[in-house]
Design a protein around this ligand. Structure first.
Ligand code: ASP
Length: 581
């Protein structure tokens, strides 16, 4: 090594030691006869001192060092007179005796400091400079730690890490594929995998029993804030297991990560059915850091002469504790919130539970104190609370109330980033009706097994069939999902028929899997966790981009290497491709 130590490790116990450090010039200050330089590497920052009196030549040379110059410096560790308790190396400095410039640097386009002056786009363009900054480096260190701990845990549970191919075959289910033209087979295309789903199932057929992979997945989906066209999953599959075994294994993985990475003990994950999640939270990824569960009011509120309730399929509300003193203005703001087009409620009904035990509501004309009291009892409301009610079509109203619940959770500061509340959502429906294509779609994917008890409804009442499918949800974020798979050719065929595939189409697209099922496929199931999202959650951020070394921007572009970009006519010719404007 060119260095004897890193810039993060020297302290008072090294006093008097002759050391050589390498790194980048973070900043330099000239104070009278002295020049101080902060030298930075991956491990930290160490202060260098050059003294005009003892070595004017060296000090003069040091004064010419620009920001981000790469240097190698030799000197003695000395105790600082002016200590900085905020830095691990803050008790010492290096009295420089000599240095070499290993490389010069242009002035960087933004400051390489924790709080930089660089805008988003600029930092993306010079991502290698942004990566030098502490907060970004710490994010990648967290990512590394979580990946290592994941591997340790799964290795301990007898999982094999096995790679699956990136150049595969395009299939119609799920999101859009990214495709790669083949030069050797002109007119034919590979697709990049949306996930290794079919390969991991084939590994189970092959007898590998327990597989995992930290794997890149590619989905050509429409742009949305913080969506990356390529992202990483902790992808897993197991044979000879029940749903219970899979939930336990991955609950324990999550607990292991919380413990080893964050030092947090997590209690057993509660489980909630999809139906209950929708009924109590209006969401299949409920944030259970706080309560405020939905209370349905149809029995108490309908047929009392208030048309909005009478005409509604569902009257449902939440109790916001301690908000009974909300002003007219605050209530109007909440009404504006639920009326926003993205949320789409018509209006908001409120009931204030006054401290004196009386009620004040926006529907006093239709409901007397006695009636409002029965509501309050149903909500388990206390004096000082505020009940907020929406009414309308069931799905839409639940969705809107979910948004209002989360908003109230934010207002009441019940959604701390330092608290982690994971849960399992289970018993998802097998299928969902797609209005556009007017056909059933697999809610998870077409390889998910229906619950044996519901199989009889597959042809007669498909919407009623539940699946052995589950999601891991933490703090309102879907961290992962999986299912017990179909491992029988005939059932898989039935599923494809349900999804509108002809036998020929099913055979052409997925024949390889169905054929494999004829050679002793074991019962199996698995899960995939969104690795980038998990890391962001651990880091306390909503942005997965901050945890990826070289992310794409929100338009799906890599502005550093300028991709996507055109290719040469020669390449197009070789691939027998023609760009049609
Ligand atoms: N392959 C699935 C996905 O990417 C996860 C699974 O079912 O294991 O969502």
């Amino acid at each position: 090594m060119l260095r004897s130590h890193t810039c993060g490790e020297l302290n008072i116990s090294n006093k008097g030691l002759e050391v050589t450090l390498t790194g980048w010039v973070q900043k330099s200050r000239d104070l009278g006869g002295m020049t101080f330089i902060d030298l930075r590497d991956r491990y930290g920052i160490t202060q260098l001192v050059f003294n005009m009196e003892t070595d004017a030549g060296l000090c003069g040379k040091a004064r010419k060092l620009g920001r981000e110059f790469v240097i190698k410096v030799t000197g003695k560790v000395a105790e600082r007179s002016n200590k900085n308790p905020k830095m691990p190396t803050g008790d010492i400095e290096i009295i420089a005796e000599s240095f070499d410039i290993l490389n010069e640097s242009k002035t960087p386009p933004f400051t390489i400091e924790d709080k930089t002056d660089g805008g988003d786009e600029l930092r993306m363009k010079y991502r290698y400079l942004d990566l030098r900054r502490n907060p970004v480096k710490e994010n990648l260190a967290l990512r590394h730690k979580i990946s290592i701990e994941t591997r340790k845990y799964l290795d301990g549970e007898q999982f094999f890490e096995i790679e699956t191919p990136f150049l595969i075959k395009s299939t119609p289910e799920g999101a859009r594929d990214f495709v790669v033209p083949s030069r050797m087979h002109s007119g034919q295309f590979y697709a990049l995998p949306q996930s290794p789903q079919t390969f991991k199932q084939l590994l189970m057929v092959a007898g590998y029993d327990r597989y995992f992979q930290l794997v890149r997945c590619f989905r050509d989906e429409d742009l949305r804030a913080d969506r990356q066209p390529e992202f990483t999953q902790i992808d897993c599959e197991m044979s000879f297991v029940t749903q219970e075994d899979i939930l336990n294994t991955f609950e324990n993985l999550a607990k292991h990560l919380f413990k080893t990475v964050k030092g947090i003990d997590i209690e057993e994950f509660p489980r909630i059915s999809y139906d209950d999640a929708m009924r109590l939270y209006g969401s299949d990824k409920p944030d259970i850091r706080f309560g405020m569960e939905f209370v349905e009011l149809n029995d108490l509120a309908k047929e009392k002469g208030f048309a909005v309730f009478d005409n509604a399929e569902l009257v449902v509300g939440i109790n916001a504790p301690g908000c009974g003193n909300y002003s007219r203005k605050q209530l109007d703001k909440l009404t504006d919130f639920v009326r926003k087009p993205q949320i789409g409620a018509q209006g908001l009904v409120y009931v204030k539970f006054n401290e004196d035990g009386t009620f004040k509501s926006s529907v006093d004309k239709f409901f007397d104190q006695e009636a409002l009291k029965t509501w309050a009892e149903k909500f388990d409301a206390k004096p000082g609370d505020l009940i907020l009610i929406l009414a309308g079509a069931t799905d839409k109203t639940r969705k809107a109330l979910n948004e209002l619940r989360l908003e109230m959770g934010n207002r009441l500061e019940l959604r701390s980033k330092d608290i982690f509340k994971p849960l399992w959502v289970v018993d998802f429906p097998l299928l969902e009706w797609d209005e556009d294509s007017e056909r059933w779609h697999a809610m998870h994917h077409p390889f998910t097994s229906p619950k044996p008890d519901d199989m009889g409804y597959m042809e007669t009442d498909p919407g009623k069939v539940r699946a052995n499918a589950y999601d891991m949800v933490i703090n309102g974020v879907e961290i992962g999902g999986g299912s017990i798979r179909i491992h029988n050719k005939d059932l898989q065929k039935r599923m494809f028929t349900l999804l509108g595939f002809s036998d020929e189409e099913a055979q052409e697209q997925f024949g390889f899997l169905m054929n494999a099922f004829e050679y002793g496929a074991p019962p199996h199931g698995g899960i995939a966790l969104g690795f980038d999202r998990l890391v962001a959650l651990f880091g306390g951020s909503d942005s997965i981009r901050d945890y990826i070394a070289f992310p794409k921007n929100n338009a799906g572009r890599d502005v550093m290497i300028d991709s996507p970009s055109g290719i040469s006519q020669e390449q197009l010719d070789e691939l027998k491709l023609k760009i049609v404007e």
